[in-house]
Design a protein around this ligand. Structure first.
Ligand code: NAI
Ligand code: MG
Length: 357
């Protein structure tokens, strides 16, 4: 079987980590005795494309992506283009147009990685953050200069959109996921004491959905308290479901607690499979280290494992996860994890460890 994958490396370290992920995926395919392979098409979109054409992606870009089996994305953003223009022009445009409403972000300790919390037991941090990815605070609703006042008096509004359908589907996704895990628990995060409309709707829907899953433990936690809980009692959490902004922030915190933002993987899923889903590391384009060959490719390679899972290849996904753990356990660590390994060194170790199992 040949999987058609669109690679969109984007900007900065995006290109470096997508190349690493492709190398590892191709090595897996080469070792599959012809069972599967990948046909890659690369799209050179991003901020350099914007400088040439005035657009982050081609005008017919979404049409050209629509028929792929999956999208493999690096990162977007460079100082030459305002961040809200680059993000909305490429990444958010794809997520919203392809209705990728569930953003799944696993976080866990890896052997040999010493994060700020690092405790002896590897099971002490093993979560999946499920992020509502289509509405909430990133619905793009609002405007500037609404009162027509000049400089110094400008008024801007940024609204959040919460729909019952949008809340319910991402919560059901979180509960179904919790049922597949060792610790069957879903923690819902809001700020419904201060944001009394959308987030109170969220809480109401959560209570209603939870009633359909009596076998799953639940709790509702305010986001500020949850930030503290992440640090103080990580072992209490399993699946965390939250709105677009809250989950965005919490998942960066989670990956830092696991050791580095460079480790964090994510899947932007259209669970109905009407459109392709997109797999990408959580981190951005990291202009501060881009072009030096030192970016950590593990977040991108972990995203490739999520891609394999989505393609219906869980055994290969697990093999990739084992190769990641074997690589960090062997002490092949890039700079963000306190080591000296380059992107190429880590990639070579990952490919070597594919042969372990
Ligand atoms: P960032 O994630 O690019 O970098 C934050 C810090 O983490 C930096 O110190 C960076 O060196 C480090 N880091 C990130 N990825 C790493 C990796 N693979 N290996 C080692 N270290 C790594 O976030 P920042 O600096 O806030 O944003 C930079 C640009 O990226 C901006 O233009 C922003 O808009 C964009 N961005 C794009 C995202 C996406 O495409 N999904 C997500 C977040 C930011
Ligand atoms: Mg983020």
């Amino acid at each position: 079987q040949t999987y058609r994958i669109a690679a969109i490396p984007g900007d900065g370290v995006g290109a470096e980590v997508v190349a690493a992920g492709r190398t590892v995926l191709d090595a897996l395919a080469a070792d599959s005795a012809g069972a599967f392979d990948f046909a890659w098409t690369e799209f050179p979109w991003g901020c350099a494309h914007h400088e040439r054409t005035g657009r982050m992606m081609d005008e017919d870009g979404l049409d050209r992506l629509a028929d792929f089996d999956a999208l493999y994305f690096g990162a977007v953003g460079w100082p030459t283009v305002p961040d809200h223009v680059s993000l909305w022009g490429l990444r958010l445009r794809i997520c919203q147009s392809f209705d990728q409403w569930a953003n799944v972000r696993p976080v866990r300790f890896l052997p040999g990685v010493r994060g700020p919390l690092r405790a002896a037991d590897e099971h002490e941090l093993d979560w999946v953050v499920v992020r509502e990815n289509s509405e909430g605070e990133y619905a793009g609703l609002g405007g500037r200069n609404l009162a027509g006042r000049g400089p110094g008096g400008e008024v801007a509004v940024q609204s959040a959109l919460f729909t019952e359908v949008g809340c319910e589907r991402v919560m059901r996704y979180a509960f179904d996921l919790a049922r597949t895990r060792r610790h069957r628990k879903v923690s819902s995060v809001t700020k419904s004491n201060a944001q009394q409309y959308g987030m109170v709707l969220w809480d109401d829907v959560f209570r209603r959905v939870a009633a359909d899953y009596p076998d799953v433990e639940t709790e509702s936690v305010l986001v500020d308290a949850m930030a503290a809980r992440f640090v103080l009692r990580p072992q209490d959490l399993s699946v965390v479901v939250a709105s677009n902004l809250n989950a965005d922030i919490l998942s960066d915190l989670g990956s830092a607690l696991a050791g580095s933002l460079g480790l964090a993987a994510s899947a932007n899923l259209n669970p109905e499979r009407r459109f392709p889903s997109m797999f990408e590391p959580v981190h951005g384009s990291a202009p501060d280290i881009a072009g030096r060959g030192v970016a950590n490719p593990i977040g991108a390679v972990g995203s490739a494992a999520l891609l394999l899972d989505h393609l219906g290849r869980p055994a290969e996904a697990a093999r990739l996860e084992r190769a990641i753990a074997a690589t960090t356990a062997a002490g092949v660590l890039p700079r963000d994890l306190g080591g000296t390994a380059t992107t190429a060194d880590v990639t070579a170790a990952l490919v070597d460890h594919l042969g372990d199992a």
